[in-house]
Design a protein around this ligand. Structure first.
Ligand code: ADP
Ligand code: ASP
Ligand code: MG
Length: 601
């Protein structure tokens, strides 16, 4: 007999017939002697409908009232599912988040779970009842006992958190697709089902736009070792297993707010090559990284900042012993780029720097917590360390700095994040047989660029500290390689992406202090799409990035920004080319299957 948490999404409970089908499935599993907690979402598109109603009344509704409104959707479906179970002879009881005791912080519309009371749940289970719990909602840890919600898509997070709190044998997420696929089947019907995927890979895919799982659900599964499966609620196929790393035995107190950083890592064996003023047109990155891959040079970080005029800068880091080889390739390409018609007299230039180090903080608790990266930048600034390049992923923030600063940077970070164990030298992930597992598209991002930011320590800390104070999460941070002298001070551009909802506020906040800090214009571009490849086996496979860039070049898709981490490569392209970009990249990596996935409308 097992204790199982099952979660059914909106489409899976979208009609009376679907609710009855879910009841049948739940009762079959219960009849086998299992104890079951079921988490449900609101029916079909109910939550979207409620959001629209609110928008019709107010352009900027109060977040507390939004929680009051949106939490009603789930209350309807728990009652109906419970009735459907009782109707077929299965004892059941429905409970709201508050009735269970899903205690959250008082952050309306994006609350994090602090702890879950299990007493009432266990009592109901002992009575042989199926407990049907409202997903996506909780109760604040304040005297007012406010109703809170976890953020859109948050029922997945409720389910995995309940499984962690109850130490369930497994958590099953039932949805409208067969499991986790190589990409969204609504955009690429030939997407293939994966039998398994690691939590780290899934965290990236989920955060980069694959909405099949809420990123915070994956974070909890990873931190607490919850056995997690994603399956179709229409069939009995096994679906996809999401595998967690070995467990650290975490406390269940402050479930989603416990330690944000597990490790400080460093790597002093890296060197940087930058190509300045390359033409801003399709095919340039593809050409460069194809030549590099053909020389069997493995590239670690790749960064392409926003264009200036007709040109861009591309920088990458390599393992120090192969720096000469990488430099030779870049130098051989530079003259070819120089003769390009788009250059209008500008010259490409190769810059090499071998005295660099990479310091990183790692841990799954950073997701959606902008304060963590900001704290890293602030600690480095206080230690007087200038940041040359930044790379961000969901579970890691890495900064390239001068190698002479490495020791003090590591010491500052260990102190800031209370890391007592000795910092780990950088260790690559265990390669998977398929270097690229999935492709994701995020059409809900905007790009902000601050021009002419003085190149002194503390600037990243100021920018991202300010945004963090306003709870704005930032992704894909890029500093230009090119230096401009403004009033005798060297400056660089800093660009990054935020969700579109936060974009205007972020722009306003930064504009307010731009003059004081000596920055130039703060430009906003909403018309972007972010397309990413993810796979833990990408490290040690030269040519993966080149293949992605070539696929885009062949379809005349210009890359506006590039950023990578160890397990992802991410390109910003024009919004209108986003879907096409996803499709051609999926195709280029041979991820398509022979059969089309059937997806409910
Ligand atoms: P639910 O209501 O069950 O929570 P969601 O709509 O939130 O369902 O998530 C399921 C949807 O996620 C699928 O219908 C699919 O369109 C989309 N999706 C995006 N990327 C992927 C992917 N890599 N694998 C599977 N589904 C994906
Ligand atoms: N009903 C909520 C939403 O639509 C939560 C969920 O479905 O996960 O976002
Ligand atoms: Mg969902």
């Amino acid at each position: 007999m097992a204790l199982i948490v099952q979660k059914y999404g909106g489409t899976s409970v979208g009609s009376v017939e679907r609710i009855q089908a879910v009841a049948q499935r739940v009762s079959r599993t219960a009849q086998l002697g299992n104890s079951i907690v079921v988490v449900v979402s609101a029916m079909g598109k109910t939550t979207d409908g409620l959001v629209k109603l609110a928008a019709d009344i107010s352009p900027n509704p109060c977040r507390r009232e939004m929680d009051m409104l949106l939490s009603t959707g789930e209350q309807v479906s728990i009652a109906l599912l419970s009735m459907a179970l009782q109707e077929i002879g299965q004892p059941a009881i429905s409970l709201t988040g508050a009735q269970v005791g899903i205690v959250t912080e008082a952050e309306h519309t994006r609350a994090r779970i602090l702890n879950i009371e299990t007493k009432r749940l266990k009592h109901c289970l002992e009575q042989g009842k199926v407990v049907v719990v409202a997903g996506f909602q909780g109760i604040s840890n304040t005297d007012e006992f406010e109703i809170t919600t976890l953020g859109r898509g948050g029922s997945d997070t409720s389910a995995v958190a309940l499984a962690a709190a109850l130490q369930a044998d497994f958590c099953e997420i039932y949805t409208d697709v067969p499991g986790i696929l190589t990409t969204d089947p609504r955009l690429v019907p030939e997407a293939q089902l994966m039998d398994e995927i690691t939590c780290d890979e899934m965290l990236e895919l989920a955060s980069l736009g694959a909405k099949v799982l809420h990123p915070r659900a994956v974070e909890i599964a990873r931190n607490y070792g919850v056995p997690l499966v994603v399956r179709s609620s229409w069939t009995d196929e096994p679906g996809t297993l999401v595998t967690a790393p070995p467990q650290l035995g975490r406390s269940l107190i402050n479930l989603e707010l416990a330690r944000s950083v597990d490790n400080v890592e460093f790597d002093t064996n890296q060197a940087r090559v930058a190509l300045l003023r390359v033409p801003d047109k399709p095919g340039v990155a593809a050409h460069l990284f194809r030549e590099i891959a053909d020389q069997d040079v493995d590239v670690d970080l790749i960064i392409q900042s926003i264009h200036e005029g007709n040109t861009n800068d591309i920088a990458f880091t390599v393992f120090k012993p192969i720096l000469n080889k990488a430099e030779a390739v870049a130098s051989a390409i530079a003259p070819v780029l120089r003769t390009h018609p788009a250059m209008e007299g500008e010259e490409a230039e190769v810059m090499v720097q071998s005295n660099i180090a990479k310091v990183s903080i790692a841990g799954a608790g950073m997701i959606g917590r902008p304060g963590v990266a900001a704290k890293m930048f602030i600690s480095l600034a206080e230690a007087g360390v200038n940041i040359q390049m930044i790379s961000t992923s969901e579970v890691k923030v890495g900064c390239v700095i001068d190698s002479a600063d490495c020791d003090k940077a590591v010491a500052a970070l260990c102190q800031a994040f209370d890391i007592k164990s000795s910092p780990a030298p950088y260790a690559p992930h265990t390669p998977h047989t398929h270097p690229v597992r999935g492709v994701a598209l995020d059409m809900k991002q905007a790009r902000l660029a601050i021009r002419y930011v003085p190149d002194t320590s503390g600037m990243a800390a100021k920018i991202f500290g300010l945004l963090a104070q306003n709870n704005i999460s930032v992704d894909t941070i890029i500093q230009s390689q090119r230096c401009h002298i403004v009033n005798d001070i060297p400056t660089r551009d800093i660009a990054f992406t935020v969700t579109r909802i936060d974009a205007e506020l972020a722009q306003q906040i930064l504009q307010q202090v731009a003059t004081e800090y000596g920055w130039g214009e703060v430009a906003l571009d909403n018309a972007i799409a972010k397309v990413s490849i993810v796979g833990a086996g990408m490290v040690g496979h030269p040519g993966i990035a080149a293949k992605m860039f070539e696929a885009l070049a062949q379809h005349q898709i210009n890359i506006q920004m590039i950023t990578t981490s160890e397990i992802k490569t991410c390109c910003v392209v024009d919004e209108h080319q986003g879907v096409k970009a996803l499709q051609v990249i999926h195709e280029a990596f041979g991820l398509a299957g022979s059969e089309k996935v059937q997806v409910p409308a």
